[in-house]
Ligand binder design. Sequence first.
Ligand code: C2E
Ligand code: CA
Ligand code: CA
Length: 406
Amino acid sequence: MAAALAAAPDATVGLVVLRVGRLGALGAMIGYASIDEAEAKILTQMQLVLRVGDRVFRIREGEYAAVLANLRSRNHVLLAANRLVRDFQQPLLLASGPVTLNAVAGAAAAPVDATAPEPLYRCADLACLAAEREETRTALYRPEEGAVRIEHAELHEAVAGNQLQVHLQPFVEVASRRIIGAESLARWTSARLGPVRPDQFITFAERTGLIGELTRWSINATLRLCAEVLRSPEAPLVSINLSPRVLIAPGFEQLITGALTFWNVPATSVLLEVTETALMEDPERCVAVMTRLRDRGLRIAIDDFGVGQASLSYLKRLPASKLKIDRTFIMDVVGDDRGARLVHSIIDLAHRLGLQVVAEGVEDEATLLRLAEMGCDLVQGYHTGRPAPAAEVLPLLVQAAPAPAR
Ligand code: C2E
Ligand code: CA
Ligand code: CA
């Protein structure tokens, strides 16, 4: 990319970042050799869709880039992104059979959006996140997206000064349609920037090392708000997100057990959500820490399952009690047969491993009904309750039914 930019500093050079969402889950289900095969096919396919002279690259598993030299206009990079995404709506033919990949793409162009490779990649990456979030599948970088410049001191002060808010989103038991618990989600309205999206400030905190403090805030703020409700006879659950690495950081076990004692909350009422990425970083250590936490009564959920690369054989060793299937898979259960079969298989496999399944991002009744047929245990999503300030959601938790099996 640097070469393309240097060769023609005034010409329009486009960058498309293409992400496919389900390689990890595929690997878990049909074997890791097929990931390599799929990646080779993806790159060949991209090259076929694009013009001769356009270059394609693998950035990391599930993420690929195309550099398009000498474009006539900035809009042409979006057209190329559209072509790529449209092409990937067709199933990819692997030796083990056809698979449909969920592709989204973000586009940006030099010199308008940026003039060096790294900032240009950041623009295309932000566009890709926007395409995912807005469900448009492709997006061209919008300069105002990049305008959110969080400052370290500002977020640090907000966390230290307890200026973030806890929102809660209900978990609903499919069989009874009752709320059995809620996930704690952080919200931040900065005096300077206005409301900042959680993925933006959480990513910023992870990158800058503020995540340790933010997690401590999240645990204490959540337990403080929920303590009374969590001690009620209905015994609902509250879940707290842990970013990768936080779980295995020194002092984490003391932090969580200390907070439980301080707020007088039973360990069995708290579910810790850990992403696959976290688990893959230091699997041995993760298993050891998780086992000790489980032995103290805490419950553990594997979050965003399917987007990372944890294998199901590894999941078998984890002392987790729940598996949360990522929203990008749930979006497909109505209307996409193959997508539905994939979700159904994940549910069956999770049950065989003794895990309860939570479907994330359930947005309508049709999806809920389909998931019920598949035996999904719990759902979370806009259909059954959006995240809302803790004070609004807590009363719903007290009416929760006694949760039998967890
Ligand atoms: P997550 O853990 O996957 O949380 C679920 C996200 O999906 C939330 O986004 C929630 O608002 C959104 N969501 C729930 N139901 C639906 C639905 O039906 N449709 C759609 N389109 N979205 C739905 P949110 O609140 O923006 O949080 C984004 C991410 O930021 C979270 O993803 C989590 O990874 C992270 N996060 C949020 N709060 C915290 C925190 O206190 N600590 C840490 N470490 N991470 C946090
Ligand atoms: Ca979560
Ligand atoms: Ca999640």
